[in-house]
Design a binder for this molecule. Structure first.
Ligand SMILES: [Cu+2]
Length: 159
């Protein structure tokens, strides 16, 4: 699936940019000390929301990517949900989605919770699998379970 790999690579790159505030400017800052984790994983960019309609044709699923870490540092304290264009999403329309984990970290996991949904990767080991989820109007939360105080986010699902 070349297109999928390309999309993932793009997403990882964008994630690195969007979430780079977490990693510090020096490689020496990469030591995985929990108490040095950034308080904010990502500020939604003012231009990050397209607001474009994205309801797929019947029977197809839109892909979202559940990313932890960054392309440069899989262990970076960063977490987010990106769309197929690599844009960080804080809201999506209700519907059926394919959620592709991009978890290349041995320290972190991705755990999405909300009505009808409770999916997570393992903390140890990597996971780039895809699960199918149905999101209904409301608020979904995602965290890295070991670092939920600093690695968390909210996905608003609009009806
Ligand atoms: Cu973590």
């Amino acid at each position: 699936m070349i297109s999928t790999r390309s999309a993932l690579a793009t997403a990882a790159l964008v994630a690195a940019v969007l979430l780079s505030g977490c990693t510090g400017s020096s490689p020496d800052d990469a030591a995985p000390a929990a108490d040095s984790a950034p308080a904010e994983t990502a500020a939604p960019g003012a231009s990050g929301e397209t607001g474009a309609a994205e309801t797929p044709a019947d029977g197809t699923r839109t892909t979202l990517m559940a990313v932890v870490g960054s392309a440069d540092d899989p262990e970076a304290y960063a977490i987010g949900i990106l769309d197929e264009t690599g844009a960080l999403r804080t809201s999506v329309p209700a519907g059926d989605y394919s959620l592709t984990f991009v978890d290349r970290s041995q320290l972190h996991n991705f755990h999405l919770m909300g009505e009808g949904v409770d999916v997570a990767t393992e903390v140890q080991g990597t996971d780039e699998s895809t699960v199918e989820v149905t999101l209904v109007a409301g608020t979904y939360e995602y965290v890295c379970d070991p670092h939920s105080g600093t690695m968390s986010g909210v996905l608003e699902v609009t009806g």
